[in-house]
Design a protein around this ligand. Sequence first.
Ligand SMILES: Nc1ncnc2c1ncn2[C@@H]1O[C@H](COP(=O)(O)OP(=O)(O)OP(=O)(O)O)[C@@H](O)[C@H]1O
Ligand SMILES: [Mg+2]
Length: 214
Amino acid sequence: MAGTFISFEGPDGAGKTSVLRAIVARLQPVLGERLLLTREPGGTGNKIAEAIRDLVLDPANTEMDKKTEALLYAASRRQHLVQTILPALAADKVVITDRYVDSSIAYQGGGREIGTDAVTAINDFAIEGMMPTATVYLDIRPEVGLNRIQTTRQDEVNRLDVEALSFHQRVSEAYHALAAKDPERFLIIDAEQNLDAVIADTWAALAPVLDLKD
Ligand SMILES: Nc1ncnc2c1ncn2[C@@H]1O[C@H](COP(=O)(O)OP(=O)(O)OP(=O)(O)O)[C@@H](O)[C@H]1O
Ligand SMILES: [Mg+2]
């Protein structure tokens, strides 16, 4: 498979979307049409995956079973992979996704306590080994990330953001276990710094992966 596949991961409010915006602004002039930015759950321009996103993130869906939720995330990811990511990689593009399979293992496996092995297993069925070349992990204590969201994004707090702090601590622990298991793939960035410093560290970490200058 040609192309380069990169995911951004980290707890809520770590700065994934903010950092990606800056990285994409710098990459766009270099890569042009060769750059595809997408996100999960859902996927840029992916109707089926986005419909599943709306279902799982709807705060009104309080009766959703946690295994149903995990299966829906995996189903959405499968559609995103097959319809959006794989064709872009086949066309030699650089695909950057805001969240991917590590999010499911951390949130559903760790946070919701379904178990990381069980969530890994259903996702293995969905992704058939298609892992990112590199994963930028924005490392932040969960309470610091949540505090950012509460102070700046009160209007768009979703079903996962309102979980107890213990939920988010389990998410963070599961992420750290994944990073420890796969240290070559995980590019760990200190996300408690100011945004400019986080962006600079992320750019420096991605430079060798993307063969970038300066
Ligand atoms: N390094 C930083 N220092 C201070 N505030 C930040 C920093 N990075 C991001 N923020 C702010 O914190 C909030 C959360 O950032 P952002 O939405 O980028 O996080 P996220 O990781 O994408 O969160 P989510 O997982 O909920 O999508 C935003 O209001 C953003 O402006
Ligand atoms: Mg985000």
